[in-house]
Design a protein around this ligand. Structure first.
Ligand code: 6CS
Length: 316
């Protein structure tokens, strides 16, 4: 059998490394009985289209970013919020890998005919524009590209920007043509999508990790023979750690590359500058809660508890 796995990123990316590692493990464990075909971004469509292909059963596995998914699954809009996930990225990694967090999202995904297989953090979001973005005021009137959901726009609107939803593949040309002024993505992606060529400044405010989810079609997953389901589940567990290391390395080396190339000015915000953004972003949590009701309230509440517990445990 062949499983088709569609990515929202190009070859060489974090998602590609993840898919390659998963492929290797599953093909090995299954003794070649299962083959995985990887489709990098661009080969099957936009992120929204990939999600549709999973939901209608045309492909087995795909990455689906909350930033693109939040119109379909309002609860995942959580990951578009700023300053919700802790400063210690390692705490985030642990929480995102926990069975409890996955469980909280299980039925929101299942209601849309998807099985949530895992969350994959890919590094801090970084803002690029043709100016430094040191304060919410600096965003005034800036046309900022966001992923394709309404929730993804809200935080930038709260900062005073003019957000617009644009598919990933169109961001470079829109920046080049000055149809938009800026965008937000992890460092490795800014490098591999060449955004640095058409932007002057990268601002590091560490507002949120870019979090992707790995999904499959729900009926496909439920109908898998037990051994296949086990190969898949175990494979997913193995590659989580690899993905974490890959994103750390790619984000680091590509930042250095861009700095050495003198392509962009890099601005790192101080704690008090970050604090101003945190404050400006707070009302957006109410928008999230309005759109998700009790379900979102439960998720946000439990997430905050998990953060507190994990931080306390790490300190002791
Ligand atoms: O900004 C986006 O649309 C995309 N960014 C990354 C880093 N991965 C996938 C996502 O679709």
């Amino acid at each position: 059998v062949t499983w088709r796995f569609a990515l929202e990123e190009i070859e060489g990316s974090v998602q590609h490394a993840y898919a390659e590692a998963l492929k290797e493990r599953i093909e090995e464990r299954s003794d070649g009985r299962i083959e995985i075909d990887i489709f990098p971004y661009g080969s099957l469509g936009t992120s929204a289209q990939l999600t549709e292909l999973v939901r209608n059963g045309s492909i087995s596995l795909a990455f689906a970013s909350p930033g693109h998914l939040a119109n379909t699954i309002p609860e995942v809009g959580l990951f578009t919020l700023h300053y919700v996930l802790p400063d210690d990225a390692d705490v985030t990694r642990e929480i995102l890998a926990s069975a409890e967090l996955l469980e909280l999202f299980e039925s929101p995904y299942a209601n849309q005919n998807m099985k949530l297989l895992g969350f994959v953090p890919e590094g801090w979001m970084a803002w690029t524009a043709n100016k430094a973005l040191r304060s919410p005021e600096d965003f005034t009137g800036q046309r900022i590209r966001t992923m394709t959901s309404d929730m993804a726009e809200e935080t930038f609107r709260a900062y005073g920007a003019e957000p617009s939803q644009i598919p990933y593949s169109q961001v470079y040309s829109d920046l080049q043509l000055r149809k938009i002024d800026g965008q937000s993505n992890p460092v490795f992606a800014i490098e591999e999508m060449d955004f640095y060529e058409v932007q002057t400044t990268m601002t590091l405010a560490r507002p949120a990790q870019f979090v992707a989810s790995v999904v499959s079609n729900l009926e496909w997953y439920d109908a898998l023979p037990e051994n296949q389901q086990q190969w898949l589940d175990n494979g997913l567990k193995d590659v989580a750690q690899i993905a974490w290391e890959t994103q750390e390395e790619l984000n680091q080396t590509r930042l250095e590359q861009m700095l050495e190339g003198g392509h962009m000015k890099v601005v790192r915000l101080t704690d008090s500058e970050r604090e101003a953004f945190r404050e400006a972003s707070m009302p957006v949590r109410d928008i999230y809660l309005e759109r998700t009701g009790e379900s979102g309230q439960r998720i946000l509440g439990r997430l905050n508890q998990l953060i507190e517990q994990t931080e306390t445990r790490k300190q002791s």
